[in-house]
Design a protein around this ligand. Structure first.
Ligand code: HEM
Length: 549
């Protein structure tokens, strides 16, 4: 029948028949998938979230986003242009504001029935993904595969047993307040301060923060810093800066698969080689230390490094390499990006600088050295950091793929097959069925900017869009409404390390300076998100040294 269909000038055309068949099979397949998924969703007892786009046409072209009387924008084109302009926060607001009142905080879209993405800013959903239904969600095999050349089998790229092993391996180094960490902060922050020019001269602080956190993290991991403060143009520093950008480019090109293979990955692999050439000698050196010597080293709080700790539990250089790279990645950009935002915000509020400095002088004095105890007791200092992470969470968006595992990971004793699951409904709303393979994204940034989760604006509680550390004196976010460090079993293990490092840095800077002046376009600032948030225009400021008694 089909072969008798005629096209064009009336002759039977085998090619057209093939195309026709492909279209029919493609449509039939997707219809079958859609029907199967429809029933699977119903069977789970939940519903779908508000559907923003249902097929390539509505997804790619005319998905109507109704945002304050603006109708009919082109979603993907718009998304890409907002992303290119570093305005994804604006786009998120626009999308969420366009949702119907009964589904204000969650929506979904799909180009084909089998590729569904759910986006949520509902605390109950975040709690389920990160904690109560933890084993149903993970990074997924695709993420592991895509990041493998750079991150290997490290804590960041894995789920289940591999992830659990990594977590156990690194946990001991983050369990206690280590004196050696304070010594590292002192050493590297002091060095950074030498690069701040005399009063009144402009300095690009973001650049200094990225170099300083690179040196702190390598010092912590290897016992020796990469010294990017003194040598910002070293091959290693460049490779580490570039590799993430190249990794993101590779991930984005995957959207155009299989044509992504046409693009060369030579530079990406070259960067990884440079990074490995820097790290591997340290690993070799450490593995040459006899186990009994390593055990002796554990007694020394100052000499014992992260690398020593890893070598006590595994002699496999690849396992050690993967974990080191992951911590370097986790620890550097997050802390540098956050510190950059702290100084961007403070530069607009001289009164808050005064208040912060007064607290620092009260607790540490002009020349004193901070301890864990003094840092913990300085409330305003902590509130400055918490407030910065509320407005500018370092990881603004996060996603979890519903895992395709057939068994629960071994850490959980229940062995039944991992089935589809549901995200709990908000009060008064039905739960949302989630099927294996669906992608679920939650965004700390959009969650933190939900006005309905905050108390009314008052004299003590400023508008939530404003930087106001003072609000923390009268307000405590409810669980799962403030998640800069994630939560549940995958909560950031470096949280205490990062908060101490940033607090230490603020103390050192404001012991010396009592005024900051912003030397750029403060209001024109944007948010670049190469996974980690940072100010697009950098942080050009001038510091003014305080008069000493
Ligand atoms: C302001 C600083 C920091 C912030 C806001 C932050 C935030 C986060 C977040 C949101 C995650 C979860 C990411 C995901 O879902 O994949 C995470 C994971 C992680 N962070 Fe941090 N982080 C910071 C600093 C650090 C530091 C300094 C270290 C180590 C020195 C570190 C080590 C890690 C590790 C190892 C993970 C992976 C945990 C796992 O998957 O089990 N972080 N961090």
């Amino acid at each position: 029948m089909i072969s008798s269909i005629t096209f064009g000038d009336g002759g039977t055309d085998g090619w057209w028949t093939c195309v026709f068949l492909v279209v029919v099979l493609f449509t039939a397949y997707h219809l079958a998938v859609a029907v199967r998924r429809h029933f699977a969703i119903r069977k789970l007892g939940g519903t779908r979230a508000y559907l923003l786009a249902n097929n390539p046409l509505s997804g790619l072209s005319n998905a109507v986003i109704v945002a304050e009387n603006k109708v009919g924008t082109y979603r993907i084109v718009r998304l890409m242009s907002k992303f290119a302009q570093n305005k994804t926060a604006e786009l998120n607001d626009e999308i969420y504001n366009s949702l119907p009142p009964e589904s204000r905080n969650v929506y979904e879209y799909q180009f084909f029935p089998g590729s569904r993405t759910i986006e949520t800013r509902e605390p109950a959903h975040v709690k389920a993904i990160l904690a109560t239904d933890f084993y149903s969600f993970g990074k997924g095999p695709n993420f592991h595969k895509m990041w493998y050349p750079f991150l290997g089998d490290s804590i960041f790229a894995t789920d289940g047993k591999l992830w659990h092993n990594s977590r156990s391996l690194i946990r001991p180094m983050f369990m206690t307040d280590r004196l050696s960490d304070l010594i590292i902060f002192e050493r590297q922050i002091e060095k950074m301060m030498k690069y701040i020019p005399p009063s009144g001269q402009t300095v690009e602080m973001m650049d200094l923060f990225f170099r300083m956190t690179m040196d702190v993290t390598t010092d912590f991991l290897l016992g020796e810093s990469a010294n990017s403060l003194d040598y910002p143009n070293s091959e290693f520093t460049h490779a580490f800066n570039d590799v993430l950008v190249r990794q993101i480019r590779i991930l984005m090109l995957r959207l155009f698969s299989p044509f992504d293979k046409l693009f060369s990955k030579k530079e990406y692999y070259r960067d990884i080689k440079v990074i490995d050439q820097f790290i591997m000698p340290y690993i070799k050196q450490t593995l040459a230390i006899p186990p009994e010597e390593l055990e002796k080293l554990t007694k020394s709080d100052v000499e014992f490094t992260f690398l020593h700790n890893l070598a006590r539990f595994t002699r496999d250089p690849k396992v050690i390499r993967d974990q080191l790279i992951a911590i370097l990645l986790a620890g550097r950009d997050t802390t540098a990006g956050t510190l950059s935002w702290v100084f961007y915000e403070l530069a607009a509020y001289p009164d808050k600088v005064d208040r912060l400095r007064a607290e620092i002088l009260e607790f540490v004095g002009e020349n004193g050295t901070p301890t864990y105890e003094t840092l913990k007791n300085m409330k305003y200092l902590r509130y400055v950091l918490q407030e910065t992470l509320r407005i500018h969470p370092a990881v603004p968006s996060n996603g979890k793929l519903l895992t395709l595992q057939t068994k629960r990971p071994y850490v959980c004793k229940i062995k039944e097959a991992l089935a589809d699951t549901v995200l709990p409904g908000a009060p008064g709303a039905p739960s949302i069925s989630v099927l294996k393979g669906d992608t679920v994204c939650y965004s700390p940034m959009t969650l933190h900017s939900r006005r309905d989760l905050y108390p009314p604006v008052s004299e003590q509680f400023a508008d939530p869009s404003l930087f106001s550390p003072e609000r923390w004196y009268v307000w405590q976010p409810r669980p799962w409404e403030y998640i800069p460090f994630n939560g549940g079993p995958r909560i950031c293990p470096g949280q205490n390390f990062a908060m101490t490092e940033m607090a230490y840095c603020l103390v050192k800077i404001f012991q010396k300076y009592d005024r900051i002046e912003y030397r750029g376009d403060w209001h024109g600032q944007q948010d670049t998100r190469a996974i980690i948030s940072r100010p697009t225009l950098g942080v050009p400021v001038a510091f003014y040294a305080a008069k000493r008694d």
